[in-house]
Design a binder for this molecule. Structure first.
Ligand code: NAD
Ligand code: GLY
Length: 368
């Protein structure tokens, strides 16, 4: 297959730096990537049962081309399976594949696969290398970059995990062709997030190109995917372990994670919960006097242009607030909120009262 125009970005982390390759047909560089990593032992291609049947064999053929034996293993798809039991199962598969400390695991799938497989790779033999081949928008613009790996606990999301950076990220936009529309839209919430936190021009691009992006025009999708990787890569290079600026990426997530947990990870896709969370966070920013109503309306208009939710009328508000208290961003009982003060810029606030957070959530119930 022809490879299109491939762009490469480096996540600069000294000896642990790695490339992100973005384009169409990008998957074809996998054999070279494996050879450059000196991989000789078996490679596990860990995926889920939606993605493995579509792309597993193609990736396996490319692994064989590098002179290595592939072992495909798949978890059930979806957030509900992002649990410790799945780590145990994947590690059993790695052992069956005959992997050793020099092996490489390939995470082929969306953010759930990337987070679970990344954590399995971080744990197996105290850490083996892994390559991210993200197949959803969420994974291509966010979760495959930056080395956060995790599984959920029934009481809190992503609460068991490790920082474990990939050795390479290979983003093939062609994989988006099979992505269901609802998943596409949900992923675009994270791109809108990158615009709000770091790049007003990216936000404006998302406003102007909604129709083409939703129609999966890959020429129009390339820029927001690449720009998101540049934004996230630069933030991770500066603050890998989230002592400061990396928390900006959590815009909408304090509310969003509470919404996901309170809806048992089943009612909303991750990106949909983040869309709701961003609307609540913008409302909070308005209430704190940091932005005006026009800002809230503009962000809401963009979220709605992508068919994403800004309202949850039946929200169990106390359950959302309770889940927010279990979030790992809570320090010494204080919730941290990332709030905008202008388009393309956010600040951290740790002085938000529970009543102010409740009022912002109530706005979602009334959709104001
Ligand atoms: P997902 O991994 O559940 O994928 C969505 C669905 O699409 C799944 O059913 C999957 O099987 C299917 N799918 C994936 N790629 C496909 C393709 N190309 N064609 C057809 N079907 C395909 O969900 P997601 O939105 O990618 O990821 C959400 C997860 O990512 C959440 O658990 C979230 O916490 C995590 N996340 C992590 C980070 C991080 O920094 N580690 C950042 C953002 C999100
Ligand atoms: N998704 C937030 C982060 O990677 O820090």
């Amino acid at each position: 297959m022809q490879t299109g125009n491939i762009q490469s970005i480096t996540v600069d982390l000294g000896k642990r730096s790695y490339p992100i390759h973005i384009g169409t047909g990008t998957i074809e560089i996998l054999p070279d990537t494996l050879r450059s990593l000196g991989v000789k032992c078996a490679v596990a291609i860990a995926s889920d049962d939606n993605v493995a049947p579509i792309y597993g064999e193609r990736v396996a053929a490319l692994v064989r081309e590098a002179g290595v034996v592939p072992h495909i293993c798949a978890m059930p798809g979806g957030e509900a399976h992002k649990r410790m039991a799945q780590i145990d199962r994947f590690i059993g598969e790695f052992l069956k594949a005959g992997m050793d400390r020099t092996s490489v695991v390939i995470a082929l799938g969306g953010g759930v696969v990337g987070d679970v497989v990344g954590y399995a790779a971080a744990s197996f033999m105290r850490g083996v290398r892994f390559i991210q081949i993200p197949t959803t928008i969420v994974a291509q613009v966010d979760s495959s970059v930056g080395g956060k790996t995790a599984v959920n606990h029934e009481l809190a999301k992503n609460i068991i995990g490790a920082f474990h950076q990939p050795s390479a990220v290979i983003i093939d936009l062609d994989f988006l062709k099979s992505l269901p529309d609802r998943e596409l839209r949900a992923g675009l919430a994270e791109v809108i997030k990158h615009g709000v936190i770091a790049d007003a021009a990216l936000f404006a691009y998302m406003e102007e190109n909604a129709d083409a992006i939703l129609a999966k025009d890959l020429d129009k999708i390339e820029f927001p995917v690449r720009r998101s990787c540049e934004i996230k890569g630069a933030i991770v290079s500066e603050d890998e372990h989230e002592h400061g600026v990396r928390a900006n990426l959590n815009y909408g997530h304090t509310f969003g994670h509470g919404i996901e947990a309170a809806s048992n990870y089943s009612q909303f896709l991750h990106g949909e919960a983040i869309a709701l969370g961003m609307h609540a966070a913008a409302t909070l920013a308005r209430d704190l006097g940091m932005v005006d109503q026009a800002f809230v309306d503009r962000q809401r208009g963009c979220i709605e242009a992508y068919g994403l939710p800004v309202a949850w009328p039946q929200m169990p508000i106390d359950r959302v607030l309770e889940a927010m208290r279990h979030d790992k961003k809570v320090r010494a009982g204080t919730m941290k909120f990332i709030v905008p003060d202008l388009m393309g810029h956010v600040v951290h606030r740790t002085d938000v009262t529970v009543d102010q957070a409740r009022t912002a959530l109530e706005a979602l119930m009334g959709s104001v």
